[in-house]
Design a protein around this ligand. Structure first.
Ligand code: MG
Length: 336
């Protein structure tokens, strides 16, 4: 923790600094076993069964980017957090904070995108709030959401459930969203044909769970990328995740952009991908099921869980090993 008595941009990066802030300032004040799991959504007991509840804020810049916009992002991010918790997404809330002077045409375009993505994901926006602020308080529009879904009785997904020998899969290429956003930031001085992968993953998760009834856990590798997602699972289950780095699917243009910017592609954000840990015996069927969906065609088995300390090890094509650390701060703020 820096000595400054202020919040830094890097505290929102989804890495080590974010985790420290959450553990020291939030978990100490809100004593909840469910909150302390730090999962994508809380899974809550109700008289009629279990509900999943999640909440998110969206501050991406620019608002419109190759492959998506802040509206598609807010629905997809919320729906995906419910899906990876084993829930069927049902309802969303939508909070809007928009600055004085914001173009009405952009406002309409964002709302249309929210409506279209909600229809695609089979969810309904059922409550909301709209606030305006002056120029000094915001540079555009911020969105906040809550999402509610119902969790089937048989669902048992939990990061802590990963076992030695389990297989680790991803549903497609890594780093597309982060690179698409970075390419839009004029000051970075590079352009790229890469589109954001932002999408609701209902069909991908449904296919996966049908093929892997014993699935241990799913996670959406958003901020902090695959590196953060794997480290969170490793810490929760107290085991080592071993990743064959050559098996991690990465588009050539994404790899090139990461080289140019000096980034580890494994730490770059995704908004339309999942990581899954499944029993080894279900790995091949899971892979085939993922590849049978339009958004899962480039799915891959990338590694395994093994006995050992809670950490993530990357193995190169030549057999060299490195620790894949939890990203510390943030490569670039306002990626989602
Ligand atoms: Mg998540």
């Amino acid at each position: 923790m820096p000595q400054d008595n202020t919040i830094l941009l890097a505290h929102g990066g989804g890495g080590e600094l974010s985790g420290e802030l959450i553990r020291r300032e939030i978990l100490t004040r809100f004593k909840s076993r469910e909150l302390a799991r730090l999962a994508d959504a809380a899974v809550l007991d109700f008289p009629g069964g279990r509900l999943a509840l999640t909440t998110d804020g969206y501050v991406v810049r620019p608002l419109f980017f190759r492959g998506g916009d802040i509206g598609r992002l807010c629905v997809s991010g919320t729906v995906n957090d419910l899906l990876v918790s084993g829930a069927k997404p049902l309802y969303l809330s939508l909070g809007i904070i928009v600055r004085d002077g914001f173009p009405l045409a952009d406002f309409r375009r964002i709302l249309d995108s929210i409506a279209a993505t909600a229809a695609e994901a089979g969810v309904e926006v059922v409550t909301g709030d709209t606030k305006t602020v002056d120029h000094a308080a915001a540079d555009g529009i911020f969105l906040t959401t809550a999402g509610v879904g119902v969790v089937p009785a048989a669902s048992h997904l939990d990061y802590a459930a990963a076992r030695d020998g389990d297989a680790v899969l991803v549903s497609g290429t890594m780093g597309d969203h982060g690179v698409a956003i970075m390419a839009e930031r004029e000051q970075l001085g590079f352009s790229s044909p890469v589109e954001s992968d932002v999408a609701p993953l209902n069909d991908v998760v449904a296919a996966l769970l049908a093929a892997a009834p014993g699935a241990r856990c799913l996670k959406d590798p958003t901020r902090g990328g695959l590196a953060a997602a794997l480290n969170e699972i490793a810490r929760a289950c107290g085991r080592t995740m071993v990743i064959e780095e050559a098996h991690v699917p990465v588009r050539e243009a994404v790899a090139g952009a990461c080289d140019l910017l000096g980034l580890d592609v494994l730490a770059v954000a995704n908004e339309g991908k999942i990581v899954a840990v499944v029993p080894a015996a279900e790995a091949e069927a899971t892979l085939a099921a993922l590849r049978g969906t339009p958004r899962g065609r480039e799915a891959a088995i990338i590694g395994r869980v093994q006995d050992g300390p809670a950490r993530v090890i990357g193995v190169s094509a030549l057999g060299g090993q490195r620790i894949i650390e939890m990203p510390y701060g943030e490569e670039l703020p306002r990626i989602c």
